[in-house]
Design a protein around this ligand. Structure first.
Ligand code: HAM
Length: 462
């Protein structure tokens, strides 16, 4: 009896199914058409503007993230996945990429390379945040970083690239920009800011988080999303009014370049960013329409001129951004932006019987090598099932080989839309495919051309 109960328990244990961790996502099959599209856009733009791809480990010493990202940032204080490994070393999953990229710049002696060094990073990051739509515990970013360049042209070029990224994916964004100055002028500003919050007991009205922030990182009071803090900041001083001359001139130049590029931007005095390493220009990309009224940033970045030195390298100005891939894809889906598909070129190869299966296999390889978008389902024997599969794949043409076709040296060309089938010579399959598919494409385009011709006719001729 006891054995039976134990067996039952064991069976129950084996049958248990698992679900993924909260805030983590599987990316399934068809979903990849979005990921491929976005990654292609990111890598095309990176190549175009001369950025080279780099990958860094997904975990590093905890200490490294603490030093670079800053002990007061939410990312370090609340959101990092930290653990002790088998050697007793404290490590963390990377919550952001910039720290590791700075570490790599120093560790590989990249200051010896011709400057600037321009990096393109794409990969997953881990933050133990409260999950919600567009906020995950594992998310992906496309980051660009420029090391060894302090000129404002670098700032505006990065903003331009990110703007192009969204625009070319047909996502309208608002560019938010601000300057948080350098260590010296920011100190002056922070004194003014603290003075403002001390006046008439404003401090006591702050949310609990801001009551702590005022001691550790008062700038963050400005970007708190709590309603009462948003109201309180209305009369707060603006950083741009306290910039020293070099910081002011730098910022003016950045804005002038943005004007030259015709990039609309919003000077946002409350934009300070959530990481401690920034100085001077900071920026974010917000979607044009806010779904539920809350502000969700599609990407952001800024200068971090002191970080390389602070992490043990030579003084090296730097700037970069990170764009959220999931949020970008959500926008593409939300707006139903049509994806350009290649399905009008898909050719399905179907077979019936053993000798045909072998011949179909050879034809598949031959067409694939010649660059055709061929598909097959050779494990299926029924022609009906194979043609159903061809329809599911959106194939425009199926090439069918049966016993008779093997003997005759022919092949059946089936137009999947009209279901009309024609016999063609097997040896001429490539020429026939080329001819027929071009004819079909031209025909499909014709009404458009006719339409245009008609619309160009003088009105009185109709
Ligand atoms: P960040 O603002 O923390 O900056 O993240 C950049 C972008 O990543 C965000 O605007 C958002 O689109 C996306 N993102 C962040 N957290 C999540 C999340 N939990 N779920 C989904 N998407 C998310 C940085 O990480 C800086 N390292 C960027 C940078 C590069 N600055 C200079 N260089």
């Amino acid at each position: 009896m006891a054995k039976a109960a134990a067996d039952k328990q064991e069976a129950g244990r084996k049958a248990k199914s698992y679900s993924k961790l909260r805030g983590m996502k599987d990316i399934l099959f068809d979903e990849y058409k979005y990921w491929d599209l976005v990654l292609k856009k990111a890598s095309d733009l990176s190549n175009y503007y001369g950025f080279k791809r780099i990958e860094v480990p997904i975990m590093e010493k905890l200490e490294m993230y603490e030093r670079s990202t800053g002990k007061t940032s939410d990312i370090v204080t609340k959101e990092m996945y930290v653990f002790v490994d088998k050697n007793g070393d404290k490590v963390a999953l990377r919550p952001e990429a910039t720290s590791s990229l700075v570490r790599a710049y120093i560790e590989h002696g990249m200051f010896n390379l011709p400057q600037p060094v321009k990096m393109f990073f794409y990969g997953p990051l881990f933050r133990h945040e409260k999950p919600q739509s567009g906020r995950y515990r594992q998310h992906y970013q496309f980051d660009l970083e420029i090391f060894g360049e302090d000129k404002p042209a670098a700032d505006s070029q990065l903003i331009l690239i990110a703007y192009n990224f969204f625009k070319e994916l047909q996502i309208e964004v608002q560019v938010q920009v601000n300057s948080i100055g350098c260590k010296e002028c920011r100190l002056e500003f922070i004194k003014k800011l603290l003075g403002y919050y001390k006046e008439r007991g404003k401090r006591t009205k702050l949310c609990n988080d801001c009551k702590k922030r005022i001691l550790k990182n008062p700038l963050r009071l400005l970007d708190c999303k709590e309603e009462k803090c948003v109201e309180l900041r209305e009369g707060a001083p603006h950083m741009v009014d306290y910039l020293c001359d070099p910081c002011k001139n730098h910022f003016i130049k950045v804005l002038e370049y943005l004007d030259d590029y015709d990039i609309p931007y919003n000077l946002n005095p409350y934009l300070v960013r959530g990481l401690d390493y920034y100085n001077r220009t900071v920026f974010e990309f917000w979607p044009n329409e806010q779904g539920d009224g809350r502000q969700v940033s599609l990407g952001g970045g800024g200068r971090y001129d002191g970080l390389v030195e602070y992490m043990g390298g030579r003084p090296t100005p730097a700037i970069g951004f990170g764009l959220g891939i999931e949020r970008t894809i959500l926008k593409i889906k939300e707006k139903n932006i049509p994806l350009k598909e290649d399905s009008d070129k898909i050719i399905f190869i179907a077979q019936l019987g053993d000798p045909a299966k072998r011949k179909a296999g050879l034809l598949f390889e031959e067409l694939r090598r010649a660059g055709y978008q061929v598909r097959q389902s050779f494990t299926k024997d029924s022609l009906k099932n194979q043609l159903e599969e061809a329809n599911r794949m959106n194939a425009k043409v199926s090439l069918i080989i049966g016993q008779k076709e093997v003997l005759d040296g022919t092949i059946l060309y089936r137009d999947m839309e009209s279901s009309i089938q024609e016999i063609i010579d097997y040896n001429k399959v490539k020429t026939e495919l080329e001819k027929r598919m071009t004819e079909k494409r031209d025909k499909e385009e014709e009404p458009g051309i006719e339409q245009e011709a008609i619309s160009r006719l003088p009105k009185n001729s109709m």
